[in-house]
Design a protein around this ligand. Structure first.
Ligand code: BEZ
Length: 251
């Protein structure tokens, strides 16, 4: 992950949010890594997908801006290379055959710098394969949290997330010398093993900043009440994920 948050919890991430990299396996199919290729995994988190790319025989570098995630990735896969680097400040220059990123780029504040850095990291003809939250991602969940904040007379914080439409993201990649050859925006309702409370604790720290610790439980109950009609089905909570997938090639 490439969060502006300093408090990523790798244990909670691996225990209750494994779906993040489980869905990402599918994206590795689009990447189709080959033996001997140099591949950059942007926002590698605890490294599960980096390891799967490496299993194809590629030489992978995983980067992440979270020291806790990089420490966990190194612990999980000591044989692989991981670097503590922010996607908005990468300085790679035509070093990679492919750049890959799953569920990370929506956290990068300077999306333009990340696009420029990913393009620069690729050799001519190199390919980009990324998935991030797209326009409308977790909208029902965000609305329920905002309503609960209002009910608690608490301020609604600025969103740390960037959820573009296809045209916006594709145009940005094209400005940096990438030719987009595939793009899709699609819904992926995602069951949450730990319910809404764990999801908010893992990813919505900014929403919780003004909620006092003793209010947290009733705050989550309030969110559940507001989100229930849209996000509770068949005895489970779902997050209304909407994904943007894009692949491109470096000119
Ligand atoms: C996502 O993968 O879309 C996502 C993850 C955490 C927070 C918000 C969105």
């Amino acid at each position: 992950m490439l969060a502006p948050m300093s408090t990523w919890d790798p244990a909670l991430y691996q225990d209750k949010h494994a779906f993040v990299w489980q869905y990402g396996r599918d994206l590795i199919g689009l990447l189709a890594p080959r033996s001997g290729e140099r591949i950059l995994d942007v926002g590698c988190g605890p490294g599960q997908l980096t390891a799967q790319i490496a299993a194809a025989g590629a030489e992978v570098t995983g980067i992440d801006s979270s020291p806790a995630m990089i420490a966990e990735a190194r612990k999980n896969y000591p044989e692989l290379r991981f670097e503590l680097t922010d996607a908005g400040r990468m300085a790679y220059d035509r070093q990679f055959h492919a750049v890959f990123s799953n569920a990370a780029l929506h956290w990068v504040r300077d999306a333009e710098a990340a696009a420029a850095g990913m393009a620069r990291a690729l050799e001519p003809g190199g390919r980009l394969v990324v998935e991030l939250g797209g326009k409308g991602n977790v909208q029902q969940l965000r609305d329920a949290i905002s309503r609960a904040l209002e009910t608690f007379h608490l301020p609604i914080p600025e969103s740390p997330w960037f959820y573009p439409v296809i045209g916006e993201y594709a145009a940005m990649l094209e400005r940096h010398g990438l030719a987009v050859n595939y793009a899709a925006l699609f819904d992926r309702p995602t069951p949450l093993a730990g319910g809404l409370g764990d999801w908010i604790a893992m990813f919505g720290g900014h929403f919780l900043a003004a909620v006092r610790p003793e209010q947290r439980e009733s705050f989550v109950r309030q969110v559940e009440e507001y989100a229930g009609p849209a996000l509770w089905r068949d005895g489970k909570w779902f997050a209304d994920y909407r994904r943007l997938r894009i692949t491109a090639a470096r000119y």
